[in-house]
Ligand binder design. Structure first.
Ligand code: ADP
Length: 252
């Protein structure tokens, strides 16, 4: 393993009840990578993230994260789950949400101490949300909630940040701010972001992989119409809603 490997998947196979969700997937993520993984719903994107987190065990193949088994490295991974998975009516403050990110370091039964609060404040400042620390999470806009969840992922000082459909409930003006934040964060950690929306990821990421059970990966942000069509099993115009971001497609 090269010293800069953050994630390494070799010949990974995952099936649920005999149906493959990942087929012979190979992927290497190195320091400072900002990788976008795009593909249709049901293509295995969440499964890929769960494999990296050690929550799903492949039937075949090997997975290393930061040189160890994924579950041993989990406290060095910041994970931002899909927005819709969170109950926004739950009466909890921004500060409390971010403190939850310390469980991995502290253990769930130990009370928070000053160092946890300091780390939470630092993470909130990092995403520009410190002034909202005592606001209830449900009172925030979609973009502010998203920043709060990123702060929760950052509070454990991760070497790898995983984002699952992060732009789902954020309007396009906020998305630019969001990508600018990720541009800053990638100086300190590798980022892997999955999305079914090619337009959402293509302009800012450095590398793109296409996943539809099989992973098509070329180590650059340029992918061909042929790869997109193979991934989505439909013409490129439909995938990109007629507006294909220039950086994604190689000149041809
Ligand atoms: P994506 O995130 O790209 O939408 P998923 O990884 O969620 O894809 O799902 C890939 C496939 O695996 C889908 O067909 C889905 O129905 C199936 N799947 C995912 N999780 C489970 C599970 N826990 N049990 C059974 N099937 C699952």
């Amino acid at each position: 393993m090269a010293s800069t490997d953050i994630v390494r998947l070799e010949n990974v196979w995952v099936s649920y009840n005999g149906t493959p969700a990942l087929e012979d997937v190979n992927l290497v993520v190195v320091e400072h990578d900002f990788l976008g993984v795009i593909g249709p719903n049901g293509g295995g994107k969440s499964t890929l993230l769960k494999v990296i987190l050690g929550l799903v065990k492949p039937q075949r193949g090997s997975v290393t994260v930061l040189g160890s088994l994924p579950e041993r490295s989990r406290n060095r991974i910041g994970y931002v789950p899909q927005h819709s998975n969170y109950d926004h009516d739950f009466p909890v403050s921004v500060m409390e949400v971010v403190l939850m990110g310390r469980y991995g370091k502290r253990g769930i039964l130990k009370p928070y101490d000053g160092s946890d609060r300091e780390a939470a404040e630092k993470a909130l400042a990092r995403v520009g949300m410190l002034s909202h620390a005592h606001t209830q999470i449900g009172q925030l806009s979609g973009g502010q909630q998203q920043r709060t969840f990123i702060a929760r992922a950052l509070v454990s000082d991760p070497a790898l940040l995983l984002l699952d459909e992060p732009t789902a409930s954020v309007d396009s003006a906020m998305q630019t701010d969001f990508y600018e934040l990720l541009e800053e964060l990638k100086r300190e950690m590798a980022i892997v972001m999955v999305s079914h929306d090619i337009g959402a990821v293509s302009v800012f990421v450095d590398k793109i992989a296409c996943l539809n059970v099989q992973l098509y990966y070329h180590g650059s942000s340029e992918i061909t119409p042929q790869i997109l069509e193979a991934t989505y099993k439909c013409p490129v115009q439909l995938i990109a809603h007629g507006d294909i971001p220039h950086r994604v497609l190689r000149k041809h």
